[in-house]
Design a protein around this ligand. Sequence first.
Ligand SMILES: [Zn+2]
Length: 396
Amino acid sequence: MVFDAGHLYGLILLLAAVLVGYLLYAGRFRKLKSGELDRITGSYYRGLHYLLQARTDKAIEALSEALENDSDNVEIHLALGHLFRQRGEVDRAIRLYQNLIARPTLSFQQRNGVLHELGVSYSQAGLFDRAEELFRQVSERSDAYGSALNSLLEICEQEQDWDKSIQVAQQLERQSGEPQGQKIAHYLCEKAAREQAAGNGAAQERLLKQALRANGDSPRANLMRAEQLLLAGQAKPARRSVEQLAERRPEMIPDLLDLLTRCYRQLDDGAGLIQALQVLFKRHPSPELLSRIVALLRESGDPLGAAEYLTAEANGVLSPLILNALVSTRQTELPDDIRARIDQLLLTLSNHLLQSGHAYQCLRCGFTGRQLHWCCPGCGRWETMVPAQASDCAHG
Ligand SMILES: [Zn+2]
C-alpha cells in the first residue's frame, strides 16, 4: 500500500479536527491549566505544520511529544502509525497498533479503525495471512465496514487468488450495494487466461461466458471471447463481437484493428474490411484507423486512392503515425496537386509535433506506459488506462 497525497490530506484533516476539538474543549471548560493546554496544542500545531510541509521526521517528533502529554488520544496514535508506515518503518507501526489494540478503553469504532490499520500494516509487511484474518474479523464485526473488505480484496488480488477475489467482491457487493461486476469479470478473465494457457478450451469458454454475465460490457471478456471464436473458425460471431465493442468503446479501436482484420481475412472479405473501417473512421476518427485504412488501400492495389484518402482525412488526426504515412506516401508517384497537399500537411504537422505516439495513460493517476494494462500499475484501478494520443496536438 502506497502512502499517497490522499492519505496525507486525510492525516492533515484528522489532526486539524483534533486540534479544533481541543480548542472547543478549552473554550468551554477551561479546566486545563493554560500552560498545559498550550503545550498540547503547540505540539499539534507543529505536527500539523510539518505535515503540511510533508516533513515526516519533524511531524513524528512533534506528534510523539503531543502523545507524551495526551497518551489516550487514539487519533494521534493512528496519525503516528501512518507516518511510520510512510517512512517505511512498518514494524514500528505494527507495534504501535498492537499496543493500542490492547487498550480496554477503545470504542467499538476506534477498535475497528485500529484493526484495519494493523491489517494494512501487515499487508505492507508481506504478512498476508495475518492481514487477511484481521480484515475478515473487521468485516464480520461490522456490516458497514466496507473498507476492510476492500483491503481484503486488495490482498486477494496481490496473491492472484481469483476464486477468493470473486468471493470477497460478491460479499462487498452484498454489503455495500456497490456493483462489483467490472472487477468480477476481470477475475474470471484471469481464470480464463489460465485455462487457455493450459489448453483447456471448454473451461476457458465457460469462464468467459460467466465473465460476460458478470459484466456484458467487459471489453476484456469480449475480446478474449472473440479471439476464441476466431480460433475456432467462427469468424462471423467474432467479427460481430469486435464491431460491437468498437462502437461501445471507441477509445479501444486502435487495439481492435488487428483482431478485426483477422476476422475479415478469415471471411476472405478485404473490400468489406476497408469499407467497415471507413465507416468507423467517420464516427470515431483516429490516426491508427486512418493509417490502417491507407495501408489496406495501398495493399489492395490502389495507391492513388490511398493517397487521396490520406490527404483528405489527415488534417483532423495529425500525429507521428500520420507523419509516417505522409512521408511514405510522398515517396510514391503522385499527381502534383496531391503532392502539394502532402507538403502542406507535413509543414503543419512539423509545427505541431510534440511527443511520442501510441502510449497509454491512466485517467485516474496519470501513470503512462508503452502497453495497455488492464489494471493500472500506478493506482491499481481496473480499466483506467487509455491511449494518450499525440493527436490532440492537431486541435491545440
Ligand atoms: Zn492509475
